[in-house]
Design a protein around this ligand. Structure first.
Ligand SMILES: [Cu+2]
Length: 368
């Protein structure tokens, strides 16, 4: 028996979270429902049986009962504690992505979602095609995920607050400007499921909808190969986010200061990700996605100890949300000894077109 067949307004269950969520949801709904209805039933019964004039004799005078008081205090206490325990378990599941999750970046923008896969493919979900650039229109599609494999979404907004909601996964997460949030799923069923923007975000909020397609692992890479690579990359293979980020790092001249040489004017970024960074004026920060993005947008906010305040702030006009994700992906991937030479340029893959493709911001690798 599925809840689907009984109650047609309840969405399908298609993730591990949805299964856990559903058990807790019905447990709470049924227990509170039974008690609530019981109170009303008793009320109705007493109204009829003890109505004025219908009773024989008078009501006995009762001055409290310790047994009753203890009973209706202790039993509900344990019932409510069981809600808490169930909630804690489901929350714990939802809050901790497995370490082997594949990671997809999602950007919310009035009124579409832009998803970036680790190898550089991208998909535009929802939105009004008439308001899109040529480049974006080519990438309209579905968010494709593998069945029975965990996936972690890291989300940010370019403008206002959105919310990435997937009813079949029983999951929704706010998507905020200037702050990364994340969510993870393990889809359990093949098929297509709705994505909604669950936070009213302006005129065409209703267009910010789309589909997640859950496919078999064998089909996954074929489908992804058909996706349009992000602007600036030539083949999906060579357009990995980290590699595109490296090109940006060179193009924006970050390398002039973050050069990993003894005379560098700025800290080395190798191995920065996940490390503890001591701050000027005491304290320390863990270098996560948010810390890195903020260091680039507003470097004055958190000053690394022992360095001068010379890093310029890069606003949206210099580094867009999409480019920020690339820089973050690059800095994350940067291992010891990985900083490029100042004049190093990425070599285009064999057989790749060499001219700059239309509508791209970054120059073609190789400087042609
Ligand atoms: Cu929205």
């Amino acid at each position: 028996m599925t809840s689907m067949s009984l109650l047609p307004f309840i969405p399908e269950r298609a993730s591990t979270l949805a299964d856990q969520f559903e058990v807790l949801f019905w447990y709470i709904t049924i227990t509170t429902g039974v008690v609530g209805l019981g109170v009303y039933a008793a009320l109705a019964y007493f109204c009829v049986v003890y109505r004025r004039g219908a009773t024989t004799g008078s009501t006995p005078r009762i001055l409290g009962s310790t047994r009753l008081e203890l009973g209706w205090t202790i039993i509900p206490l344990f019932v409510f504690l069981s809600y808490f325990a169930g909630g804690l378990m489901v929350y714990n599941h939802a809050a901790h992505a497995p370490a082997d999750s594949e990671e997809i970046f999602v950007i919310g923008k009035q009124w579409m979602w832009k998803a970036q896969y680790p190898d550089g493919q991208r998909v535009i979900i929802g939105g009004n095609p008439r308001n899109m650039t040529e480049e974006e229109r080519k990438s309209i599609g579905k968010l494709v995920l593998k069945v029975n494999k965990p996936v972690k979404l890291t989300l940010i907004s370019e403008d206002v607050i959105h919310d990435f909601g997937v009813p079949a996964f029983r999951s929704k997460i706010d998507v905020l400007p200037g702050r990364y949030t994340s969510v993870w799923y393990q889809p359990t069923k093949l098929g297509e499921y709705h994505i909604y923007c669950d936070q009213y975000c302006g005129t065409w909020h209703s267009l910010m909808v789309g589909k997640i397609a859950v496919v078999k692992e064998e089909e996954y890479s074929d489908i992804l190969a058909g996706f349009t690579p992000m602007p600036g990359s030539h083949t999906p293979m060579d357009g990995s986010r980290a590699q595109q980020g490296q090109q940006l790092f060179l193009k924006l001249q970050c390398i002039n200061c973050h050069s990993a040489t003894p005379t560098a004017k700025a800290p080395v970024l190798e191995g920065l990700y996940g490390s503890r960074v001591p701050m000027a004026g005491g304290g320390a920060e863990i270098a996560d996605d948010h810390y890195i993005a903020e260091s680039i947008r507003r470097p004055r906010l958190k000053q690394v100890e022992g360095w001068e305040k010379i890093m310029p702030a890069y606003d949206e006009s210099q580094v867009s949300a999409e480019e920020m994700n690339l820089l973050v992906a690059y800095i994350r991937s940067l291992k010891k000894g990985g900083t490029p030479k100042n004049n190093q340029q990425a070599v285009p893959p064999v057989g790749a077109p060499t001219g700059p493709s239309e509508g791209t911001k970054s120059p073609a690798p190789g400087g042609k």
